[in-house]
Design a protein around this ligand. Structure first.
Ligand SMILES: NC(=O)c1ccc[n+]([C@@H]2O[C@H](COP(=O)([O-])OP(=O)(O)OC[C@H]3O[C@@H](n4cnc5c(N)ncnc54)[C@H](O)[C@@H]3O)[C@@H](O)[C@H]2O)c1
Ligand SMILES: O=C(O)[C@H](O)[C@H](O)COP(=O)(O)O
Length: 383
């Protein structure tokens, strides 16, 4: 069997090696000529998978090691009888780490506490629901909006988008990009909703760029810099709006989900689906292959002030400023589009909060709940 894999997929040899010969290419170089003689194609979100790529090829199965599927023409694959799998939830915890690291940074810069804030989560799937679970320990009020789930599950506690936007001080978007139908998400935040955001609102988009009308957001920020904006995803990646880039508070190149833990989970999920497709046993397990965490444990003495301690653990594990500053360096050196892709391709190793254990000698000021809310494994020990 011949297998073509995006070069930014970790553990591809370990998982797929037993199936046949592996070729690796940058995701944007995967074209019709490259896939023609392949049997299995494993991609990330930057490869458009459609008839133009696959017609006339031998490919029988396509896997994307991502949550999102908006780069894949699912109808075409179905009609062509080509098997398909994505990796639901694989990097959801990584996105939640990104959101919490960003919120902590803004809270420190602006001198506010997360406790007591009202946070609106739009899109309550794997990412949104895990974010809500973690925030549960932090004494924040969570407002949830997910009309497809509200309809399917009869959830009366879910709000409409406009009701959520009216009350939330922090708005987190975790919706997929859906361009058609009753629940389309393209420009879910359109010009009128962006204009109506109350001054001081924090807006975070780590779903898909086009869920927010980027031009309208730029216009609002040019008129008044009264919002705090965190954008990990953008319209027209990698050639994003440079004027908007200059106006937002935290700008990163679609790396919220790029923890090595999330990427490896994505490879495992696609491997399992491919083995099912080919009727083979999936013997490889991520547990056998995963590298050890690089930072295992932080021990906090009774003198640790709770807020500083939370900040220290978060930054030790993942500090969003690293990605902001690095992206800025890359885009200055290479230009926006090339820098955007290059930083993602060379993305430094990042572990998830759940890989770090925090040992506490004393549980002062709700520190244990805050650390657990952020996702760290906490042990209270008097020794
Ligand atoms: N920035 C990143 O690196 C990164 C990483 C992972 C995922 N993502 C994006 O985030 C999206 C969400 O990820 P997930 O794992 O939670 O996906 P998911 O499929 O588990 O959940 C998406 C949720 O959005 C809801 N939804 C759909 N249309 C909606 C609408 N109009 N309004 C409100 N909610 C709506 C769905 O009902 C679903 O519950 C993915 O589709 C992907 O596009 C981005
Ligand atoms: O949908 C996803 O899983 C994420 O957006 C993913 O992190 C995208 O990463 P990429 O495939 O673009 O490297």
């Amino acid at each position: 069997m011949r297998i073509l894999v995006d070069e930014n997929i970790p553990l591809a040899d370990e998982f797929f090696g037993e199936l046949g010969e592996i070729t690796r290419l940058p995701g944007r170089d995967i074209d019709a000529a490259a896939v023609r003689d392949q049997d299995l194609l494993v991609v990330r979100s930057i490869t458009r998978v459609d008839a133009a790529l696959l017609d006339g090829s031998r490919v029988r199965f396509v896997g994307t090691c991502t949550i999102g599927t908006d780069h894949v023409d699912l109808d075409y694959l179905h009609e062509a009888g080509i098997g398909f799998a994505n990796a639901p939830g694989c990097n959801a915890d990584s996105v939640v780490d990104y959101v919490l690291s960003s919120l902590l940074l803004l809270a420190e810069e602006d001198g506010f506490h997360l406790a007591g804030k009202t946070i609106g989560i739009v899109g309550v799937g794997n990412v949104g629901s895990r974010l809500a679970e973690r925030l549960d320990d932090l004494d924040v009020e969570c407002l949830l909006c997910d009309p497809p789930r509200a309809e399917a599950e009869g959830r009366e506690d879910f709000l409409s988008l406009d009701a959520l936007l009216e009350r939330a001080e922090i708005v987190c978007l975790h919706t997929p990009l859906v361009t058609e139908g009753e629940h389309a998400t393209r420009h879910l935040l359109d010009a009128s909703r962006i204009e109506a955001l109350a001054p001081g609102t924090v807006l975070i988009n780590a779903g898909r760029g086009a869920c927010v009308d980027n031009q309208a957001l730029r216009v609002r920020l040019q008129r008044a810099s009264d919002l705090r904006v965190v954008l990990d995803v953008w319209e027209n990646e990698p050639g994003i709006d440079a004027a908007l880039y200059d106006l937002v508070d935290i700008a990163t190149p679609h790396i919220a989900g790029h923890s090595i833990d999330g990427k490896m989970r994505g490879t495992e999920l696609v491997y399992q689906a491919a083995m099912r497709q080919f009727g083979l046993p999936a013997r490889k397990k991520l547990g056998q292959l995963k590298p050890d965490p690089w930072l295992r444990k932080i021990v906090l003495t009774p003198w640790a002030p709770p807020l500083e301690a939370l900040s220290l653990c978060t930054r030790a594990c993942y500090d969003v400023r690293r990605d902001m500053l690095a992206f800025d360096r890359y885009r200055r050196r290479m230009g926006m589009a090339t820098g955007f892709d290059a930083y993602r391709a060379e993305y430094p190793l990042r572990r998830e909060f759940s890989t770090l254990r925090v040992e506490l000698k004393q549980n002062k000021g709700g520190l244990r709940d805050a650390l657990e809310g952020f996702g760290f494994k906490v042990k209270l020990s008097s020794k």
